[in-house]
Design a protein around this ligand. Structure first.
Ligand code: PGA
Length: 280
């Protein structure tokens, strides 16, 4: 019997170094980037279908980053069918802290699972502000997500007044500890965090890459003190707040920024695609 041919596969690091030299991957990241479009309360089902159809076409060759779209609940079913065979993953924008039952207006995890929803945005500053969501409620929802095989994208971030008062770190630490309270180390490791300074959301004002990196590194320090260095190193932390094609590369090039949560610029295929192209 002929001997099995020796594997010519190169170790991954060598591959990525070679690719970097060739300029194929401009970013050599410690964690796989995750770029999510949060469509918020925009797009009817028909409009959502049109948008995701364009994204599927334009992003079909992208393998280097995780791409997620988070349509409104009313569009999840149709968008789910369309992305099923694509490299785009589906996220929802909220989740009940309970299961099925007499909870009018709530969405139970099983309803999302049936639609192949993978991610769920929790504790977005708009929900914290307009629906009075507390860290404790976000933590309950995050636990519910994990218990049902959904990956929470947990958002934190300071307001302008808090930044100007010099309490950004205190605010963000309280949110991170409170919103992840009760999760196991394994669950925290599988959680995606999103640092979104409230003053940068929808304002066109982006945190500078240095400002963002500083808070991301701080969040990782908080995670390390909660669950140890190894866990903290594996958690992906997205930046959100007026991310667009022109600032994506600079932001995503920071060592502790592992992706983006994109609002306004995710509503047009061309803009969202530009962010992703600039990230790889
Ligand atoms: P923006 O929103 O990109 O429109 O600033 C970001 C977000 O709220 O997730």
């Amino acid at each position: 019997m002929a001997a099995a041919p020796k594997s010519t596969a190169k170790p991954l690091y060598a591959l990525s170094a070679a690719n970097n030299l060739m300029g194929l991957f401009r970013m050599d990241k410690a964690r796989r980037l995750i770029i999510a479009g949060n469509w918020k309360s925009n797009k009817t089902n028909t409009e959502a279908v049109a948008l995701v159809t364009d994204l599927i076409r334009d992003l079909s060759t992208v393998k280097e980053v995780d791409v997620v779209v988070c349509p409104a609940f009313t569009a999840l079913s149709d968008v789910s069918r369309l992305v099923l065979e694509s490299n785009i993953r589906l996220g929802a924008q909220n989740l009940s802290d309970a299961g099925y039952g007499a909870f009018t207006g709530e969405i139970a995890p099983g309803m999302l699972r049936e639609l192949s929803v993978r991610y769920v945005v929790l504790g977005h500053s708009e929900r914290r502000q307009y629906q009075n969501e507390s860290d404790a409620l976000v933590a309950k929802k995050a636990a519910n997500a994990h218990a049902n095989n959904l990956i929470p994208i947990v958002c934190v971030g300071e307001t302008l007044a808090e930044r100007e008062a010099g309490i950004t770190e205190r605010v963000v630490e309280t949110q991170v500890r409170g919103s992840l309270a009760g999760l196991t180390a394994e669950q925290v490791e599988a959680t995606v965090l999103a640092y979104e300074p409230v003053w940068a959301i929808g304002t066109g004002k982006t945190a500078s890459s240095a400002q963002a990196q500083e808070v991301h590194a701080f969040i990782r320090k908080v995670l390390a003190s909660m669950h140890g260095e190894a866990v903290a190193k594996r958690v992906r932390i997205q930046y959100g707040g007026s991310v667009k094609g022109s600032n994506a590369r600079e932001l995503l090039g920071q060592p502790d920024i592992d992706g983006a949560l994109v609002g306004g610029a995710s509503l047009e295929a061309k803009n969202f695609v530009e962010i992703i192209r600039n990230a790889i």
